[in-house]
Design a protein. Sequence first.
Length: 288
Amino acid sequence: MRFLLNFKSFMKAWRDYPLETNKTLAERYIVQELIGEGSYGLIYKCTDRISGSSVAVKQARPSKGSRAENFLKREADILKTVGHPQIPEYIDLFKDKNGAYLVMSFLHGDTFEDLIFDQGKRLTEEDCVRYTLDLLDLVEHIHQKGLVHLDLRIPNVFIHDGRLYLIDFGLARKIGEPPPRERPPGMGFPFIRSSSGRFKTAEIQTDLFDIGHFMLFLLYSSFEPDDSPSSKANDRIWQEELDLSDELRQILERLLELRKPYAGIHHLKEDLLRLRRLHDEYGESTES
């Protein structure tokens, strides 16, 4: 039995082995490097031989078969619908003997995962509010198209020249559709329950819950734990660990459904804009 399991794992890894550099896809896209991996796809930076520009090509994982290809087709349809300069633009969808491929515009910049964990970027409450407001503009655009993203995590939010970009619509659904089974049960902090099991359909509130987790990751980037033996830090909850304004704490509690949750993005934006004005006023008062 162990041999069969090992052989199965070997075959899966072999089928999903990344494409070699300089391989040409569809006689047009030249593979430069593997830049990302997900449960159902491998993402490459490629050069378009026609335009000479860089593109992102997502390959459906061969080991996942038709399910991965169906996910890719769904993502292509969603990108065609969304249409926003800060969201990857659909370019092409094709198949070859190795499977299906989705071609999108290539985004430059760093993910917030890169900033926080690789570069050690420390973000303040003011940074968190500013970036969340920028993200909400993109999420609101998606919701207005009748869609929910369902994967609003720090690896899927890019920043370049001060502008935010949102990627990976592999889990996105129309509002009211059944949510994907592939949505992980714990999308963010392990000590906060996930909302994903509560909704039988894809709803706006799931994106709002994920935004709460996104904000916590940003806020924890500047958290310095107390490593003293007498510290009870490991038993403390985020409300106790993080030095937050009362206003932001209440916003997060609503996003994480510890208080009455937000019904939509509009009221959340109002609260964050009000808090940003308080930040600006406080900054002016300390400078004078």
